[in-house]
Design a protein around this ligand. Structure first.
Ligand code: NDP
Ligand code: 8X3
Length: 255
């Protein structure tokens, strides 16, 4: 087992859901945390609650220059990031492709693909130079199957799958590990964001079965990170027991 104590873990999108759960799990394992998101007050509250030392900052990962500035300005003691969890991401809309909103498309592409790349481009060179590091990308079952209305969101997660593989290939001659953790249905703010704040519609996504929690995914992330250095967990798909594919979910609904 690879100890996570005193490792510096950078988690994007730590203000909610899976990212927040990862922060809690790594904190319990004794890691030190670098956390970012757009909602800074949430990060402040989280950092106050966590048992470990944290460095928090507000960042919109879609802004390339802001990403460069923020990460190049990290205080020296926080620069040697050991583990990067590329978690920040979102879905917007569930429209048929011919009815889709290009603002939604741009938000998803700019966050899930371009934002992840901007962050990675800043962090990976240091890992290569130091001869250690682990990148954990949060993909999705939506990067393995396309479902009706999922079109562009699925395309972004297929892109994450390709980028994960690309990272593995390009880093094979280094000690830097690369993992994709690909969840199915996880009850977070994800559906509320997808449906533009329609909480009633969002709730229906998780009704009639037991969905995953952010903590279930954090468990897989921390497990992958704590394998011995010679073990690389390339990809993990984690689904709720009631889910067999993107669209086959066994729901017991009251009539
Ligand atoms: P949440 O909405 O609960 O959390 C998303 C996080 O991403 C928030 O912390 C949000 O912070 C952050 N974020 C979004 N846009 C940006 C941005 N432009 N810059 C910085 N941070 C941003 O959803 P989840 O926890 O479920 O989602 C986390 C990841 O898991 C995503 O990549 C998602 O695609 C993936 N996923 C989720 C599944 C699910 O069913 N929930 C299943 C499979 C994958 P803030 O708004 O404060 O910026
Ligand atoms: C999130 C899971 O099935 O809602 O990536 O797209 S799904």
């Amino acid at each position: 087992m690879n100890s996570l104590k005193d490792k510096i873990v950078f988690i994007t999108g730590a203000s909610s859901g899976i990212g927040k759960a990862c922060a809690n799990r790594f904190s319990n394992a004794g890691s030190k945390l670098v956390l970012c998101a757009r909602r800074f007050e949430r990060l402040q509250k989280l950092a106050d609650e966590l048992k470990t030392e944290c460095h928090i900052f507000q960042l919109d990962i879609r802004q390339e220059t802001a990403v460069e500035k923020a990460l190049r300005a990290l205080p020296e003691k926080w620069q040697s990031i050991d583990i990067l969890v590329n978690n920040a991401g979102l879905s917007q809309g569930l429209d048929k492709i011919y009815e889709g909103d290009s603002t939604d498309w741009n938000t998803m592409i700019d966050t899930n693909i371009k934002g992840l790349l901007y962050i990675s481009r800043e962090i990976i060179p240091g890992m290569v130079k130091r001869g250690r590091g682990h990148i954990i990308n949060i993909g999705s079952i939506a990067g393995h199957e396309v479902y009706p209305g999922g079109n562009v969101y699925c395309a972004t997660k297929y892109a994450v799958k390709a980028i994960n593989k690309g990272m593995m290939l390009d880093l094979v001659e280094t000690p830097v590990r690369v993992t994709s953790v690909d969840p199915g249905l996880v009850e977070t703010e994800f559906s509320e964001v997808r449906f533009h704040g329609d909480t009633r519609r969002a709730e229906t996504v998780y009704r009639g079965y037991k969905p995953l929690s952010g903590d279930d995914i954090a468990d897989a992330v921390v497990w992958a990170a704590s394998r011995p250095e010679h073990v690389n967990i390339a990809e993990i798909i984690v689904l709720p027991k009631a889910q067999a594919s993107c669209t086959i979910v066994h729901k017991k609904l009251n009539k």
